[in-house]
Design a protein around this ligand. Structure first.
Ligand code: DSN
Length: 418
């Protein structure tokens, strides 16, 4: 696959080889990661990358659109079928740009938006002070209940009545529980707000019908495609038929430029594959593994936020182990296990330090791991947390990580050789 790169630029080829080695030898538990099937990798690097095109099928700004129109139409039709959607816009480059295109479609500067705060599970693009949208729109945040650590729907309703937002956003980057989309959609309707769900993290589980879908309830559903959907680095937006025309305009020329046909081709492949029994079985196992790993960690003294998980991820509070998220992330990485530091609800630490860590099991489940491996990983994670300064223990853990991971190769050994 890297034949010409090896010939023309051995330095870059070497970096690719090093990254492949790192991935093959790492227990990958960053919840937003997955390893893409080889056709997705091939299509992401396909000849479609050469084509510049703006507009939509049947109405383009450049010549040479015939094949591209077929590709975009196919991707849209497959996505509609997979998610039972009335309309889909496939042009987003990522989950973030999918959100921006919805904002460009329905919001004006200063409009009010009600969403979930970053430290309680939300996303940067849902109004975090660190993101440009916070200076452009007027964000308020609904809370989670400090005891249950679940969304407080009564408080959400009260805030919606007080704030009268133009848009209510649900969906999160580190919330491990199901959401009551039906209830939020009723609240949104009652106050005259649009309802948008950002299902970036869970779209694979939704596609496989392993957890409930927001599609019947929301005006707009946005997603990236790299997380549980295990596809190209890209995104898409689903909407009700009545919003399709304005979403098209809001996306192009409203928010984005020329389309990325290469990742569109990869997404089209995924929208067919994600309807298969094979993909559904992986997603079923993802949820089973997340439950198993979280309960094994709880049994070893970690506090799991909200007491468990219904999806592919969960957040652990590290204060009982006397370490920060930053420390844990760094030392875990040094022994070949990859997680990310994450704020816990009402965290006293800064986002760069944090009191918690987020753990996701999509990538290790794709590699074939199950119950037995979840028990072993819980044991390895505990030994790291409890021996953060003990190099002898960490060296032993590193050795055991390698013994485990080499039994579950990610890709055929010879695929990237030439
Ligand atoms: N939103 C970030 C995450 O969840 O890790 C990147 O996708």
């Amino acid at each position: 696959m890297l034949k010409e790169t090896r010939r023309t630029d051995p330095e870059i080829a070497q970096l690719c080889d090093e990254e492949l080695y790192r991935q093959e030898h790492t227990i990958e538990m960053i919840a937003s990661e997955s390893s893409v099937p080889l056709p997705v990798m091939e299509l992401s690097g396909s000849v479609f990358t050469n084509k510049t095109l703006e507009g939509y099928p049947g109405s383009r700004f450049q010549a040479g659109y015939g094949v591209a129109d077929k590709m975009e139409t196919l991707a849209v039709e497959r996505a509609k079928e997979l998610f039972g959607a009335e309309a889909v816009n496939i042009q987003a480059y990522s989950g973030s740009t999918a959100n921006y295109s919805v904002f460009a479609t329905i919001l004006k500067p200063g409009d009010k938006v009600l969403s979930m705060r970053l430290d309680q599970g939300g996303h940067l693009t849902h109004g975090s002070p660190a993101n440009w949208v916070s200076g452009f729109y007027d964000f308020s945040f609904y809370p989670i209940n400090p005891e249950s650590e679940l969304i407080d729907y009564d408080a959400l309703e009260k805030m919606a009545n007080e704030v009268k937002p133009k848009l209510i956003i649900a969906g999160a980057s580190s919330y491990s529980r199901l959401m009551d989309y039906e209830r939020i959609s009723k609240i949104a309707k009652a106050v005259g707000a649009y309802f948008m769900v950002d299902m970036a993290h869970i779209s694979g589980l939704v596609a496989a019908k392993v957890i409930p879908s927001p599609v019947p309830y929301a005006d707009f559903v946005t997603s990236s495609t790299t997380k549980t959907l295990c596809s190209a680095r890209s995104g898409f937006v689903i909407c009700k038929k009545e919003h399709e025309k304005m979403l098209k305009k809001g996306t192009f020329p409203g928010a984005l430029g020329s389309i990325h046909l290469h990742t569109m081709a990869a997404k089209a492949w995924t929208f067919k594959y994600a309807a298969s029994e094979e993909f559904r079985n992986i997603m079923l196992k993802v949820v089973e593994n997340a439950r198993k790993l979280s309960s094994e960690l709880a049994a070893r003294g970690f506090r799991v936020i909200s007491g468990g998980t219904d999806n592919h991820l969960f957040v652990i509070d590290l204060t009982s182990k006397g370490i920060t998220g930053k420390q844990y992330q760094e030392v875990m990485d040094s022994v070949g296990m990859s997680i990310n530091k994450n704020m816990i609800p009402f965290d006293q630490q800064s986002p760069l330090v944090t009191s918690g860590a987020r753990v996701g099991v999509t990538a290790i489940t794709e590699r074939g791991m199950g119950d037995e491996e979840m028990v072993k990983i819980a044991d390895l994670m505990t030994r790291v947390a409890e021996n953060i300064d003990n190099q002898e223990v960490l060296d032993q853990v590193k050795k055991e990580v390698q013994e485990l991971i080499v039994k579950f190769p990610m890709y055929p050994a010879d695929y990237f050789k030439d």
